[in-house]
Design a protein around this ligand. Structure first.
Ligand code: MLT
Length: 271
C-alpha cells in the first residue's frame, strides 16, 4: 500500500494511492476512513490507480479548530479531494465513487468540478437534504459528541448500519465498522455532523448531470433506502441502479463480491 500525506492550508491530508491506469477515487462515509474500501482497494488497484483519501479530520487526516466550530461543508470536503488530485498530479478525469456522506461530497464535485470526473458511482447515499428535525438532531448529536465522546454515537449507529445477518454472523465486519467509529476524532465527527445538517438538496440538479452513473444500495439499507436510490437513478439521465443483496448500509464491507462485480462491469462499460 502506498500511503501519502501532504500539508495543505494548515492541515494534513492522508490518502492511499495505489496501482496505475484510470484513476478510481473512493470517498468514504461518516464517521469512517478509507479502510471502509479495503475490499475495493485490493481488487481494483490491480487495474486502476486507486486514490482513497481520508476526509478532513478522519483517519490520519487532520482538521482545523475552526472546522469543529463552524462544521465542514460538503463543498469543503470536495475541494479537499480536488486538492488531493492536484497534489498527486492526476490530470485525467476519474471514476469517482462516493459512499453515503462521501456521496454528498461527490454531488458537490459534480456540481463544481465536473471536469475532474469521468463517471460516478454512488453507494448508499441520498440526494435530499436533512429534514428540519433530522438536522436539529444532528446538531444535538454534534454537541453531545464534543461533550461526551463518540462511544454513544458509535453504539447507537452500529445496529442501523449493518444487516441483521451481518450483525449476527460476520464478526470481522462488525469489529471493523465498530472500530472505525470508536476511534474517530470527536472534533471531526462534530464537524461532519454540522456540515451534513446544512447540506444542499441536490434533487433538482439531477436531470442535468449527464455522466455515466452507477447507483448501489444494500437491500436492507435503513439509512439510504433502495427505493430512494432508485428514484435518484430515475432522475439521472445516464444511470443504472443495482440492489446489493445480503447487505445493509455498509455494502462495501458486507457484500464486497457484489459491489466489486457491479463496479467492474460498470468500469468495463466505460471503455
Ligand atoms: C454515512 O454513512 O456516511 C452516514 O450514514 C450519512 C448520514 O448520516 O447521512
Amino acid at each position: 500500500m502506498t500511503q501519502i500525506a501532504f500539508s495543505y492550508q494548515g492541515i494534513e491530508i492522508a490518502c492511499l494511492d495505489q496501482g496505475g491506469g484510470t484513476p478510481l477515487v473512493l470517498i468514504h462515509g461518516f464517521p469512517f476512513d478509507y479502510s471502509m474500501w479495503q475490499p475495493q482497494i485490493a481488487a481494483f488497484s490491480k487495474r486502476f490507480r486507486v486514490i482513497a483519501p481520508d476526509l478532513r479530520g478522519f483517519g490520519k487526516s487532520s482538521l482545523l479548530p475552526s472546522d469543529v466550530v463552524e462544521g465542514v461543508a460538503m463543498e469543503r470536503y470536495a475541494a479537499d479531494v480536488v486538492a488531493t488530485l492536484d497534489y498527486l498530479q492526476v490530470d485525467q478525469p476519474a471514476i469517482m465513487c462516493g459512499f453515503s456522506m462521501g456521496g454528498y461530497v461527490l454531488w458537490q464535485l459534480v456540481l463544481h468540478h465536473s471536469e475532474r470526473i469521468k463517471a460516478l458511482v454512488l453507494c448508499d447515499t441520498r440526494a435530499a437534504a436533512d429534514s428540519a428535525e433530522a438536522s436539529a438532531a444532528r446538531l444535538d448529536s454534534a454537541n453531545e459528541v464534543l461533550h461526551s465522546g463518540v462511544a454513544g454515537l458509535a453504539e447507537g449507529m452500529l445496529p442501523k448500519l449493518l444487516a441483521p445477518q451481518t450483525l449476527a454472523g460476520n464478526t470481522h465486519v462488525v469489529q471493523h465498522v465498530g472500530a472505525m467509529m470508536r476511534t474517530a476524532d470527536p472534533g471531526a465527527v462534530a464537524a461532519a455532523l454540522r456540515g451534513m445538517a446544512c447540506r444542499e438538496d441536490v434533487r433538482s440538479r439531477l436531470p442535468s448531470i449527464n455522466l455515466p452513473s452507477l447507483l448501489l444500495a444494500g437491500a436492507a439499507d435503513a439509512i439510504s433506502q433502495p427505493a430512494e436510490m432508485r428514484e435518484i437513478a430515475a432522475l439521472l439521465p445516464r444511470a443504472e441502479f443495482k440492489e446489493i443483496a445480503d447487505a445493509g448500509h455498509m455494502t462495501t464491507l458486507e457484500n464486497p463480491a457484489a459491489v466489486n462485480g457491479a463496479l467492474a462491469l460498470f468500469a468495463e462499460s466505460l471503455g
